[in-house]
Write a new protein. Structure first.
Length: 321
């Protein structure tokens, strides 16, 4: 395998528990969630805030009032010095990955040696928008409310909601309803087994959330999964986007709230500070695809990464998509 020219290592990796749509995190802004994950990542890495020289955060649906400042506010609220620059990036579903890539490129250029990197979303806080009100509404006319979340999940270039692109993939590759449901159940059971086995405990940074009458609630467990899902229960769900399709609520990608963060550094920085890396960044690959089947995007990206770094699928023991 051909690695990138400079050794870049991960010093930490923490995340919030993930809340379901309208769930425990609905009142925490994307910035709040990013700050929580960032502080946990800094603490786990064993670095001081002043050791960090760059902040890059991914954010797609800009739902918080301070969204245009998001990465900057994450850095400042995490205790980083004011001179440390920050960048918010958007590569849709790959925005968190792109944050890692952007930070890595700065390091390969010799401009950085320790970066705070992550991604954050609060989809529950996507607002309804009344366009044109700034300039008034004529007598007898009512403003039209636009669901910014629904609009964001519909590609105006193709005119397709995201679920229809999944239906297109099912048609193209001959994926049956039974296969979709069986895979959905397998995914739920794997998640449940990992959750019950404590596999996520090292990466989750528990949160204290305000409860009723001044109480505090400890939130430390992902809440979006449905461990009791069965193929039989999925078969009863109505198709939402296409009458004879395969996508229903139990097979669609979830609408969630949460954030993750890590500290990326050069190996020289880690050795100088006496820090033990969690892992090494070997490389990456990025590719576009036909937007009408956007869900296939990881496949050409993986192929490009393998080609670029002279690797093969058998070199890897775990894939997360």
């Amino acid at each position: 395998m051909k690695p990138i020219p400079t050794d870049l290592v991960f010093l930490s990796a923490r995340r919030t528990p993930f809340g379901t749509y309208g769930g425990s995190l609905k009142d925490q802004s994307a910035t709040d969630l990013g700050v929580h994950a960032a502080k946990a990542a800094i603490a786990q890495a064993g670095v001081k805030p002043e050791d960090i020289d760059n902040v890059v955060f991914g954010n797609v649906v800009q739902t918080s009032p301070d969204a245009i400042y998001l990465a900057r506010h994450v850095g400042l609220r995490s205790g980083l010095p004011q001179h440390v620059p920050a960048l918010t990036v958007n590569r849709l579903c790959g925005s968190g990955f792109q944050a890692v890539v952007d930070a890595a490129l700065e390091m390969l250029a010799g401009h950085s040696e320790c970066a705070l990197v992550g991604g954050t979303e609060n989809m529950s806080q996507a607002p309804h928008v009344a366009r044109g009100l700034r300039f008034g509404v004529a007598l007898g006319k009512s403003p039209k409310l636009e669901d910014s979340l629904w609009e964001a999940l519909t590609d105006s270039f193709t005119g397709m909601p995201m679920a229809i692109t999944a239906e297109n993939l099912a048609t193209r590759y001959g994926i049956s309803q039974r296969e979709v449901d069986e895979y959905s159940v397998q995914s739920q059971k794997r998640f449940a087994a990992a959750q019950e086995g404590g596999r996520f405990s090292e990466e989750i940074a528990p949160m204290e959330l305000p409860g009723k009458k001044g109480t505090t609630i400890q939130f430390a467990r992902d809440e979006h999964n449905r461990p009791d899902t069965t193929v039989e229960s999925l078969a009863k769900l109505p198709k939402v986007f296409k009458k004879d399709g395969v996508i229903h609520a139990g097979a669609a990608s979830g609408i969630c709230d949460g954030a993750g963060a890590l500290v990326l550094a050069t190996r020289q920085f880690a050795e100088r500070k006496g820090l033990k890396p969690l892992g090494k960044l070997v490389g990456w690959g990025i590719s576009g695809c036909d937007p009408s089947i956007m869900g296939i995007g990881p496949a050409p990206a993986i192929r490009r990464a393998l080609e670029r770094h002279e690797a093969k699928l058998s070199d890897f023991q775990l894939f997360e998509v």
